[in-house]
Write a protein that binds this ligand. Structure first.
Ligand SMILES: [Zn+2]
Length: 151
């Protein structure tokens, strides 16, 4: 199974940004180091979390602001990191990709190379889950699978 190494500090940062963005979904980029691939397994090491404005201003969907995305990419470059993924929050649904998330994944991740993180604020305590997508011919309908979180 593929894995995302996301420290407790970065998880807390994601949750903090997600709460600050309520009632809308919050979103952004994840900086880190190039994934290590071992046959079917990928390990992403997250080093930084970057908020980007959700231009949809919606509690159920998100779209990264184009200019904000460029600025986040520049900060990630300047830190000697790479963009390894996209994160967003679900204010009132589980940390599972929505149908729109699955359809939109290829906008930010055309080569199915990123890790996708969802922070759910539903329920008593926030939960975080990570997913990756399978590159398929029948784009944009792609399968996803759960990535194990580590730290
Ligand atoms: Zn979503």
């Amino acid at each position: 199974m593929s894995k995302l190494l996301l420290s407790k500090e970065l998880q807390a940062r994601c949750i903090g940004i997600a709460r600050a963005g309520l009632p809308h979904e919050a979103c952004g980029l994840i900086g880190g180091t190039r994934p290590l691939e071992d046959d079917s397994e990928t390990t992403w090491q997250a080093e930084s979390i970057h908020p980007v404005r959700n231009v949809k201003m919606s509690p159920t969907t998100f779209a990264l602001d184009g200019q904000g995305m460029i600025e986040a990419e520049n900060r990630i470059d300047d830190a000697g990191e790479e963009v390894i993924g996209v994160w967003h929050s679900h204010p009132s649904s589980p940390a599972v990709p929505s149908t729109i998330d699955i359809e939109d994944a290829s906008i930010y991740d055309p080569f199915a190379a990123f890790v996708h993180v969802i922070v759910s604020l539903q329920g008593f305590a926030p939960t975080i889950a990570a997913f990756s997508y399978e590159q398929r011919e029948d784009y944009p309908l792609r399968k996803y699978w759960l990535v194990r979180l580590g730290s």
